[in-house]
Design a protein around this ligand. Structure first.
Ligand SMILES: Cc1ncc(COP(=O)(O)O)c(C=O)c1O
Length: 407
């Protein structure tokens, strides 16, 4: 473990070392603390832990050393090199959750109340869209969904409706790979005293750090690129208002009970150590795959942010260091040809989820976005023929060979 005085200058070093606390038994890696509760020396000490006078673990729904390491690592990566308003290194707090959706639930319940509205871009992860359509209205929280790539439209909405209390951005978005301008939308939101939350799952902090642009919350499905190996479902909620995170958000997280667990947190921590090199390779491979697909006669459209043909290429390049490992495409023969193509794959894996070492291919209309009504899907660009690909870190020649023989 590097000395705490040793200033780590690169993202890769922070990914490897940050968050770790020396183990009392000299274990190299933080062990999986498979313990639901923690012991008090005296009743007095128990009372001090509960009232916050003494730091220490109490009960694993509230926190656990293996989970703390993953939380601290995510905080370090999301804030690496980012300054706060006075120019000091930004401090953020992360709370690990059982899933991305659990982290999102904590975010919404701790920050919004009945009568409040969310402003969001169309093209969201299907589960998020369903939460907005089928669960939040029951809590009195409505969403306005529009094209947030049009900043005039975004500002119109903010001016028109003072009940908008949160702008929720998923950029790049699942599965159309659309991007919205985090910096410009955050400026507008600040002006109208609206909080901004960004789902950074597709980009990861290696490619994009939303806190640089002043957003209030970053949220992850850690199931994806952060874990990187498809070994555990998980989520993280990261906030820059430390007092609010420590009080209101922590309280809601503890009471809703969407906590992570030590085994999943351990897997996540090990996965995050290689985030930089994995993302480099995902991005390199995705660029080659996108270029291959774009020139293939059976393909009618490729959505990849690295292609200048993507309408959001400029926005992506402004806020992301590389265009990412996710793409989607349509075949000329539509749904029928798409199904045949998916069935013929020999190496790429037919599965939902994303961000694993192996390439994953899915069909959003019948899988991740099955619960979103067809008219809505089509309006948002999620056509029946759209195929989503999470480009893995295999040798790119093998990925292209498999796509070619399937096409
Ligand atoms: C962009 C995005 N956000 C959130 C989620 C939800 O995360 P989880 O499945 O970990 O609950 C997903 C899941 O696919 C996703 O793709």
């Amino acid at each position: 473990m590097p000395s705490t005085n040793f200033p780590l200058s690169g993202f890769g070093s922070v990914a490897v070392h940050s968050g770790h606390t020396a183990d009392g038994n000299y274990a190299h890696l933080t062990p999986i603390y498979a313990s639901s509760t923690y012991v008090f020396d005296t009743a007095e000490q128990g009372a001090r832990r509960f009232n916050g006078e003494e730091k220490g673990y109490i009960y694993s729904r509230w926190g656990n050393p293996t989970m703390t390491e993953a939380e601290q690592k995510i905080s370090a990566l999301e804030s690496f090199g980012v300054k706060d308003v006075p120019g000091n290194p930004l401090q953020v707090k992360t709370i690990l959750h059982a899933s991305g959706m659990a982290a999102l639930s904590t975010l919404i319940i701790s920050t919004l109340k009945a009568g409040d509205k969310i402003l969001s871009h169309y093209s969201l992860y299907g589960g998020t869209q369903e939460l907005i359509d089928k669960v939040l209205p029951g809590l009195g929280i409505e969403a306005i969904i529009t094209d947030l790539r049009d900043l005039n439209l975004a500002e119109e909405e903010m001016k028109k409706d003072p009940s908008i209390k949160m702008i929720y951005l998923e950029t790049p978005a699942n599965p159309t790979i659309q991007c919205v301008d985090i910096e410009e939308l955050s400026k507008l939101a600040r002006h109208h005293e609206i909080k901004v939350a960004v789902d950074n799952t597709f980009a990861t902090p290696y490619l994009q750090q939303p806190f640089k642009y002043g957003v209030d919350y970053v949220f992850h499905s850690t199931t994806k690129f952060l874990n990187g190996h498809g070994t555990a479902i998980g989520g993280a909620l990261v906030g820059r208002d430390i007092a609010f995170m420590n009080e209101r958000v922590t309280k809601v997280h503890r009471l809703l009970g969407g906590n992570s667990n030590p085994f999943d947190a351990y897997l996540l921590t090990q996965g995050m150590k290689t985030l930089e090199i994995r993302m480099e390779r995902h991005c390199h491979n995705a660029m080659e795959v996108a270029a291959f697909l774009e020139q293939h006669p059976a393909v009618s459209k490729v959505n990849y942010l690295g292609l200048t043909s993507h309408p959001d290429h400029a926005t992506a390049m402004k806020q992301m260091s590389h265009p990412g490992g996710m793409l989607s495409f349509e075949l000329k023969g539509g749904l029928n040809e798409g199904k045949k193509f998916i069935d013929k794959l020999q190496m790429c894996i037919r599965a939902v989820s994303l961000g694993t070492c192996d390439s994953l291919i899915s069909h959003p209309a019948s899988m991740t976005h099955f619960g979103v009504p067809k008219e809505k899907r089509e309006k948002y660009g999620i056509t029946d023929g759209l195929i989503r690909m999470s480009v893995g870190i295999e040798n790119v020649l093998d990925i292209i060979k498999d796509l070619e023989q399937s096409l």
